[in-house]
Design a protein around this ligand. Structure first.
Ligand code: PLP
Length: 358
């Protein structure tokens, strides 16, 4: 199994061999004592990961499933979607498909959402929003949003509007202080900052959001938060989970807590800075320098096309991310998240420099 990290896609990310080994443990039933023990080890560390004392759950689904679930459980009528790229816009598509009244607070791609504009929009609103959606880290543009400030902006205007956060490419890479910031639902699929193979999403739900869900008539079947809460109290999950991935999550949470969340956030900041410094001669950040993500960099190459850079890297055994959505042609992306270390990144950047012909 390959120990060397040569896969720099912004999710799914490179997976350590120890994780695959953990997945090969014998099968158990999800109503067994063994599973309850596994689940009991995982839940408190998930709470730590989200920095919450409230509910922490896991579901067998990718993150988009929980985006749908979050809206289904908490929004009866109207939601405000803050957008600044392709993934934040996904909330809008889901909300429309659910027949919700969805307003968009649109920010140009490459810029972070402005908390002042958010507060202004809420002040001028014609009606009350059940929830506001925030995308912690916009993976398409490599922008990190200031969730603390955005949540404070919501709270400054409305006490009972719920705050739903997609932290898919930020959890484990950047601070997420769910309780301190007053977040109601926070979700992250595990194939990004948690560096597991895809297939699970971890999510945390405030008591307030549970109370709202209790009053909602239809919450769907698969992502009904009340079922997650009831079965979690019994030490399990509502439906058959991807048990090998649950084994992997157990092992990975150990490693994350051993590294320490603060140390992990700092490692990601250093990886962002290293990319910025080492690519400056042949590429520039595609997004605002004030909000560059610690987990993914979207770059505009200067004298070479993105396609040629990616092909050159592929010939040398490296996979980088292409541009996303309307930035597909012009940009390329480097995922530097999860278990990628500074040394892995530096070695890749040596090769990238050669391909760029610097
Ligand atoms: N949100 C963000 C910020 C993402 O980066 C992604 C995937 O790249 C998603 C949501 C969708 O997650 P998933 O592919 O796990 O459904």
């Amino acid at each position: 199994m390959r120990r060397e990290a040569k896969f720099f896609v912004p999710g799914p990310t490179w997976v350590r061999p120890e994780i695959y080994e953990a997945m090969m443990q014998p099968m158990i039933g999800h109503r067994s004592r063994e599973f309850r023990e596994l689940f009991a080890r995982i839940t408190p560390r998930l709470r730590e990961l989200f920095r919450t004392s409230q509910n922490a759950f896991l579901a067998t689904a990718s993150g988009t499933g929980l985006m749908e679930g979050a809206l289904q459980n908490t929004v009866s009528r109207a939601v405000l979607v803050t957008t600044c790229g392709a993934f934040s816009e996904r909330w809008l598509k889901i909300a429309h498909k659910q027949g919700l009244e969805a307003d968009q607070l649109e920010t140009e791609w490459g810029e972070p959402v402005d908390p002042v504009k958010l507060a202004d929009h809420l002040h001028q609103r014609r009606h009350h929003y059940d929830a506001v959606t925030i995308t912690h880290n916009e993976t398409s543009t490599g922008v990190i949003n200031d969730v603390a400030a955005l949540a404070a902006a919501v709270r400054s205007v409305s006490e009972d509007t719920l705050i739903l956060v997609d932290s898919v490419s930020a959890l484990g890479c950047a601070p997420m202080l769910m309780d301190e910031w007053g977040i109601d639902v926070c979700l992250a699929s595990v194939q990004k900052g948690l560096a597991l193979p895809p297939g699970l999403t971890v999510f945390a739900v405030s008591e307030r959001a549970i109370e709202v869900a209790e009053k909602k008539h239809y919450k769907g079947t698969y992502f009904n938060f009340l079922d997650f809460k009831r079965t979690a109290d019994e030490g399990s999950v509502p439906f058959t989970p991807a048990i090998p991935l649950v084994y992997a999550l157990d092992v990975q949470l150990d490693a994350i807590m051993q590294e320490g969340l603060e140390a992990r956030w700092e490692r990601h900041r250093q990886m962002r800075d290293l990319v910025l410094e080492r690519t400056a001669a042949y590429a520039e950040p595609a997004s605002s320098k004030e909000a560059l993500s610690p987990s993914v960099s979207a770059l505009l190459p200067i004298r070479i096309t993105s396609a040629d850079l990616l092909a050159g890297m592929r010939d040398r055994g490296y996979t980088l991310g292409g541009g996303y959505g309307k930035w597909k042609e012009n940009t390329f992306r480097i995922g530097h998240m999860g278990d990628i270390q500074l040394g892995d990144l530096a070695a890749m950047l040596d090769v990238l420099e050669e391909v760029a012909g610097k």
